[in-house]
Structures are given as structure tokens and as C-alpha cells.
Design a protein around this ligand. Sequence first.
Ligand SMILES: [Zn+2]
Length: 140
Amino acid sequence: MNCREAGRRLSALADGELPAERIPALEAHLAGCPRCARTARLLEEVRTFFRNLPRPAAPPDLADRVAARIRGPGARLLSLVPLLRTAAVAAVVLLGLSTGLLLLRPGPRPAPTASLTADGALELIMDGIARDTLTAEVGR
Ligand SMILES: [Zn+2]
């Protein structure tokens, strides 16, 4: 094993992702390579440092405050989420239908514009429907 592979395995070992059967080869390399052995010691020191950091405690009233917020004015907003989701789905469906109608309508297509407002799209759809109706009636 070379030092590059040992470095990868050390990193995997530190993350707890090195398979047990690969540890002996790594240990053999560390026994014969002072540079990688030093890296392994440093990694262990870093792990120990972070493991021993004090864990901040949550304020004792945190759960009560969260529960109060859930029941409070914000709860009304949360209750609108399903409605907003449905409206978003409807908007996407409407946009898809509008685009389909625009693409399928006969006659010259309008030049593509950088942005199309909802009113503009509705007007184009209504123009297309009116033209189709007139074309169908004239064709009879
Ligand atoms: Zn090495």
C-alpha cells in the first residue's frame, strides 16, 4: 500500500467507513511509515477534540415555545399549505394546457417573447379559440 492509499483509508477509518478487513493492511503501512503514522495520530487528536467539545443544552422552555408557535398565528399559515400546493399544481397544469394550445393552434405563430404575462397568454388562447371557431363556421 502506498501513502496515497493509506491516506484514503485513514480518512475512511476516521469516518467509520473502512471495512474491517482493510484495517490490518493500513496498520501494517502505518507501522512502517512515520509520515502516515503522524497523520493518523493527528486525525485521532482532531476526532478526540471534537468528540469532547461541550454540547450546548437546549433552553428548558424550547419545546413549549415551539408548541406555542405551532398553535399560534403561524398555525393558520401552515393550514394554507395544502391549498397553496393545490393552487401551484393547478397553475402548472394551466400553464401546460396554455402552452399546448398555443403550440397546436393553426396559423402563424407569434414571435416568441422573452416573457409572457398571464393576461397575454389568456388573450392569445382566446384569439386562437375565436379563430378556430370562425374557421369552423366558415368551412361549413
Ligand atoms: Zn505512508
